[in-house]
Design a protein around this ligand. Sequence first.
Ligand SMILES: C[S@@+](CC[C@H](N)C(=O)[O-])C[C@H]1O[C@@H](n2cnc3c(N)ncnc32)[C@H](O)[C@@H]1O
Length: 221
Amino acid sequence: MDIGQRALGHFLRWWARHGGLAQFHRPTGAPGHLAGWIMGSRSSNVARNRWAARLLDVQPTDRVVEIGCGPGVAVAALSALAPRGLVVGVDHSAVMIGQARRRNRAAVRAGRVRLVHAPVEGLSTSDGPFDAALAVNTIGMWPDPADRLRELALLLRPGGRIALVSQPRCPGATAATSANAATELAALLTEAGFGQLRVELLDLDPPVACVLGRLVPEPAR
Ligand SMILES: C[S@@+](CC[C@H](N)C(=O)[O-])C[C@H]1O[C@@H](n2cnc3c(N)ncnc32)[C@H](O)[C@@H]1O
C-alpha cells in the first residue's frame, strides 16, 4: 500500500469516526468545516445553488429567505440578484453560519444579508414578509417537512415564490429517482398551500430537480 492510499485510509477512518456523511446534515467541529468547504468549493454544488437562485426570478428589491443555507453559496447568488433587497440565510449549524458569514462578509456589513443560527422548526423572524424562499438539498433532513413548509408559508407574502431543490444522493440514484423526488416535493408543496407548480431539471448525474411554486391565496369565504 503506498503512502497516498494509507493517508486516504486514515482520512476516511477519521471522517467516519466524526459522523461521515452525517456531517452534511449538521456540520460540527473540524469535520463540519471540511463538509462546508466541500459544499462551498465543489463545482457541481456551486452550479446547483446558482441555478436554483436564478430560477427563483428574484427582483432587485426582493426579500428572500433560504433555509439550510450551509456555507452560503446560494445566499451570495441571491444577494447579487437583490442588490436593494434582503437575503436571510438560516441554518442550524453554527459552523455553516460562520462560513456563510465569511463568504458574504461585504453584504452582511452592508445590511443586505442576515444569517440566522436556528433550526427550521418553528422558525420566526421579523425580517419578513418574504417575496421568495429557497431550500437546496436540505428538506429531506427536516423533521415533518409538510409542517415546516406550512410554517414557511406564514413567512411569505401572498403570491410569494418558493423553490425546493433535490439531487438524490442514495446509491444507484437515476433520473427516475430525481423524478420521484420532484413528485414528492410537489405533493408536500400542494399540502402546504402552494400552487402553480412546475419542475425544472439540471443535467447532472443524477439530475437535480427543482420544484417551484407560489403561495396561492385562501379561497374567499
Ligand atoms: C447538504 S447541506 C446543503 C447546504 C446548502 N443548501 C448547499 O446546497 O450548499 C444541508 C444543510 O441543511 C442544514 N439543515 C439540516 N437540517 C436543518 C434544520 N432542521 N434546520 C436548519 N438547517 C438544517 C444543515 O446544517 C446543512 O447546512
